[in-house]
Write a protein that binds this ligand. Structure first.
Ligand SMILES: Cc1cc2nc3c(=O)[nH]c(=O)nc-3n(C[C@H](O)[C@H](O)[C@H](O)COP(=O)(O)OP(=O)(O)OC[C@H]3O[C@@H](n4cnc5c(N)ncnc54)[C@H](O)[C@@H]3O)c2cc1C
Length: 488
């Protein structure tokens, strides 16, 4: 058994834990981070960049969004069913956090939108190899943060998971961790920050606390090590249970089985026709680009499935003029429509139950598994709307009204995905961990996805970069508040 002493023990080195450690060390506290994985950065190593409002990038771009306006829109979107003070504190800090990260050497490509209707809040990190931002570029941000933490004297112990939070006489006294040789470490600390990234890799916890069954009606990213440890350990020392949900998006079912088919989602997320397993049209398909709204639509359908349908003429139009709504996939995978007709038969062969090519409506209905009469009626109605050039049912923009009439017909099954989990530990707006009675546990703080309950069950994609932004800013606030707690 080894013994260590510090002011603040930080459980995990994802963006929330790194930000907490840096902020605490900037406040002259001795900090030790215990990280389960061999590398720092956590899930953020997969991502692109964080949210911020009123960053200098936005000001330079003459972006008119202010903290006040963002707050107002955000609270309306979440129906004030979230901690308003926490949201306000986070938004107010977020612009400065971008400059704080830049001071550590993080470079950003500016402030971006996720889709045309979203706000310009997504600060994409420039990868260190000079390439354009894309999946995994935020890994560079985590590297710079790790360097900064070390520079400030933070000790980072990787491959050393925390197993238990220690509490005596109602106060937090440290953590118990185990290093890679199996040796137990008792670390005495005056405060502890928990930031273990949630329970996205724990299928039992997902089932028990959100109702989804991994592999059946949810196909979330599973980041090794993100097993709900922080939640379990917090509950063990008396923390209340916060609301728990998944950071839902939509996901091409075939893409779960074979990454190769994911680029096809660029075509199937275009605003054509979407039906459910009853053969009924269920949404204004423009919303497919708003992945969390589309996941809400999917959530209430039979088997949590929807099917996106298009036909030969639509593919022809896309080949001539490009897709209706170019998105990130377009940038990442190039002109997918050019090789759509070549790739689709391979996809249909590899995943026949979810990637469909049909020569008639009867065949399409049979392959989807919906009643032919219902699908036929839906197509007749939809094609009439296209002819009238007015979607009197769901109000889709007329420029997206293209009839589905010319074989072959193509369809893809879409289900629910998720970037990870949200929430589980009850906190207040100062990131203090609370008991069920809403009483703070002295010295215990939470940050990042373990405590992220600011979406009211549906990720607010109109403000992209939000979970990484929340992790960084709540981490920073938790580190500062833990330091202030020690200073009395
Ligand atoms: C593919 C993908 C792309 C994404 N892109 C974006 C994006 O562009 N913008 C955005 O806002 N969000 C994005 N996200 C989400 C974002 O990455 C997360 O919300 C964010 O990383 C959460 O930060 P965190 O610090 O709370 O947890 P994580 O980043 O998940 O870190 C948790 C850490 O805890 C460690 N840990 C777990 N248990 C223990 C233990 N017992 N002891 C010690 N350590 C432990 C883990 O090893 C891990 O390192 C993306 C997610 C995915 C999957």
């Amino acid at each position: 058994m080894a013994n260590l002493v510090c002011d603040i023990a930080v459980v995990a080195a994802g963006p929330a834990g790194l930000a907490a450690a840096i902020a605490a060390a900037e406040n002259e506290k001795k900090v030790i981070i215990f990280e389960k994985a061999a590398v720092t950065g956590g899930t953020a190593n997969m991502g692109i960049g964080p949210f911020a409002v009123e960053s200098h990038f936005q000001k330079d771009m003459m972006e008119s969004l202010t903290v006040e306006k963002a707050f107002e829109d955000y609270m309306r979107e979440t129906r004030w069913h979230v901690d308003a003070r926490l949201v306000k504190n986070y938004f107010e800090k977020s612009g400065d956090t971008i400059s704080w990260l830049e001071d550590m050497g993080v470079k950003f490509a500016g402030a971006n939108k996720y889709f045309p209707g979203s706000h310009r809040t997504w600060h994409m990190v420039l990868p260190e190899d000079g390439s354009v931002p894309g999946p995994r570029s935020a890994g560079t941000m985590c590297k710079r943060m790790t360097e900064r933490a070390k520079e400030l004297g933070v000790e980072i112990r990787t491959e050393t998971p925390v197993k238990k939070i220690l509490k005596e006489d109602g106060k937090i006294t440290g953590v118990l961790a185990v290093d890679k040789s199996g040796e137990e470490i008792i670390c005495n600390a005056k405060a502890v920050v928990i930031a273990t990234g949630g329970f996205g890799n724990n299928v039992e916890m997902i089932k028990e606390n959100t109702g989804y069954t991994y592999g059946t009606d949810i196909f979330n990213f599973r980041i090794p090590g993100v097993d709900g440890d922080g939640l379990r350990m917090a509950w063990e020392v008396g923390a209340g249970k916060g609301r728990m949900s998944m950071e839902k998006i939509v996901h091409l079912v075939a893409g779960v089985k074979n990454d190769m088919f994911l680029p096809l989602s660029n075509i199937f997320y275009q605003p054509n026709l979407v039906v459910n397993l009853e053969g009924h049209r269920v949404m204004n398909e423009e919303l497919l680009e708003h992945t969390s709204y589309a996941s809400n639509v999917t959530d209430i359908q039979k088997d949590r499935r929807i099917y996106s349908i298009l036909d030969k003429r639509i593919i022809g139009a896309y080949k001539r003029n490009g897709v209706d709504v170019p998105n990130d996939m377009t940038k990442m995978f190039g002109d997918i429509v050019a090789y759509f007709e070549e790739m689709m038969p391979k996809a249909a062969e590899a995943a026949p139950e979810s990637m469909i090519i049909a020569d008639s409506i009867e065949e399409l209905a049979e392959k989807i598994g919906c009643p032919y009469e219902e699908l036929k009626a839906t197509l007749d109605e939809y094609n009439d709307l296209c002819e009238d050039n007015w979607d009197s049912v769901f109000g889709k923009d007329r420029k997206f009204l293209r009839p589905i009439s010319t074989a072959p017909f193509y369809a893809a099954a879409i289900s629910i995905g998720a970037y990870g989990s949200l929430g589980g530990i009850l906190i207040d707006s100062d990131l203090r961990v609370l008991t069920e009675e809403h009483i703070p546990i002295p010295g215990l703080y939470g940050a990042g996805s373990d405590v992220n309950d600011i979406y009211d069950g549906s990720y607010v994609f109109t403000f992209p970069g939000n979970t990484m932004g929340f992790a960084l800013n709540t981490g920073r606030m938790a580190g500062e508040n833990a330091a202030a707690f020690i200073d009395g």
